[in-house]
Ligand binder design. Structure first.
Ligand SMILES: Cc1ncc(COP(=O)(O)O)c(C=O)c1O
Length: 400
């Protein structure tokens, strides 16, 4: 018998070697109690959370919690069915209405996760003989959507407008073309030059899908994302998003003005062949989305936090993923996995949680400590975070 697990041996060895150095396993942390959007008990210690995607701090919002509790009482714990059979409740429709109002678009389709939204929409609309042109640093769910469909896949260099233009020019005349972009790239926290890229794509006759998972709620005047901030949202055919970040729960969606959009509900397999979200989840999502429409004060505070942390870490001598803060994600580049894991653990003992990210999730084989800020981080907490980075960075020898 060939052991089908032997392909994982290199990863098992790498993991064992890392743990043999004495560091804690950075991928098995347990949140023993969650106190607020920015604080939890980890290993018995109160810890500041700087590695969640809770950008707008909605997880403990009173109205959101109440909406979830009410839905649990009135509609039960789950739908036990697909959206196209018994799994569309009043709350799913209300959630789609909230999304249409949030984006000012004609159609909204709620999926069980953002992963499934990318998987479903990409694999369904780009079929045999079509072309998908995508940024090489695209999220796994975009790549998996490409793999699930039958289209020809054409990657281009990260955020390179002329590479995109060249790839589009080589596609045979008359072929269906879908360009897939992200607003914020979640590893380094950099944004895409969407205005130029959308213009180039449209000039080549392509449809455009933008994943705004990490910008919804925060970037753009109304929190609609990078396409809104750069003034090109009207030219984007499909926006994909998630409820697992700024919205503060779980779920995914696609919004669009395409006149035939609704047919997707019958042909999109990751929408049809899975159970719909529980009533409490769609109730919390709809409430949160409606509140995010009026979140300009929170957006302003989150920008303050992002700018202050970026400037502070840079002044301490850390190498960062972007020269300027571009989103709520600030990536601190580590020299290697071993020192990255040691720094992660030193921060945790200080009482700070950040995300350790490593290849293949990261570009260019980088090991990153990814910090994601929350609109609920106070000024004092940002100060504490910088002091913790300074002590840990000196102790591990990342900065002098
Ligand atoms: C860019 C991007 N798209 C999609 C997703 C998937 O979202 P979800 O957590 O809702 O599955 C993520 C999540 O990490 C993401 O970063």
């Amino acid at each position: 018998m060939t052991d089908l697990f032997s392909k994982f041996d290199p990863l098992i060895e790498q993991r064992e070697a890392l743990l043999a150095t004495g560091v804690k396993d950075p991928f098995s942390l347990v949140m023993e109690k969650v106190l607020s959007p920015t604080r939890a008990i980890c290993n018995g210690k109160e810890t500041i959370l700087l590695g969640t995607y809770n950008y707008m701090g909605m997880t403990f919002d009173d109205d959101v919690i109440q909406a979830g509790k009410r839905a649990l009482d009135e509609f039960g714990s789950g739908t036990t069915g697909s959206r196209v059979l018994n799994g569309t409740y009043q709350g799913h429709k209300e959630c789609e209405e909230a999304l249409k109002a949030f984006y000012a678009m004609d159609h909204a389709m709620v999926f069980s996760t953002g992963y499934q939204a990318n998987l479903g929409v990409i694999a369904t609309i780009a079929g045999k003989d079509d072309y998908i042109v995508l940024d090489i640093d695209s999220h796994a769910s975009i790549y998996d959507g490409c793999a699930m469909g039958n289209a020809n896949i054409v990657p281009f260099r990260h955020n390179d407008i002329s590479a995109l233009e060249k790839r589009l020019a080589r596609i045979p005349e008359g072929a269906g073309k879908l360009v897939v972009l992200e607003g914020v790239y979640s590893m380094l926290g950099d944004i895409a030059p969407l205005k130029e890229m959308v213009a180039v794509s449209k000039a080549a006759g392509a449809m455009v899908l933008v994943d705004e998972a990490h910008s919804m709620g925060f970037i753009g005047e109304n929190g609609r994302g990078v396409a809104e901030a750069q003034g090109c949202l009207d030219d984007v055919d499909f926006v994909i998003g998630t409820f697992s970040k700024s919205v503060g729960t779980v779920g995914g969606f696609c919004v669009s003005n395409h006149p035939k959009f609704e047919i997707l509900r019958l042909v999109c397999r990751p929408y049809v062949f899975t159970a719909s979200l529980p009533p409490s989840v769609v109730a919390t999502a709809a409430t949160s989305i409606r509140k995010l429409m009026h979140g300009s004060n929170k957006r302003a505070h989150l920008w303050e936090n992002s700018k202050r942390l970026h400037a502070g870490l840079k002044a301490l001598g850390f190498q960062l993923g972007t020269d300027e803060p571009q989103s709520a994600i600030i990536a601190v580049i580590m020299p290697d996995l071993e020192r990255g894991a040691a720094m992660w653990e030193a921060l945790l003992s200080e009482g700070l949680y950040v995300n350790l990210a490593r290849p293949p999730a990261t570009p260019a084989n980088m090991t990153l400590l990814r910090c994601s800020l929350c609109a609920e981080h106070s000024d004092a907490e940002v100060g504490q975070i910088l002091a913790m980075f300074e002590r840990a960075g000196k102790a591990v020898g990342i900065i002098v």
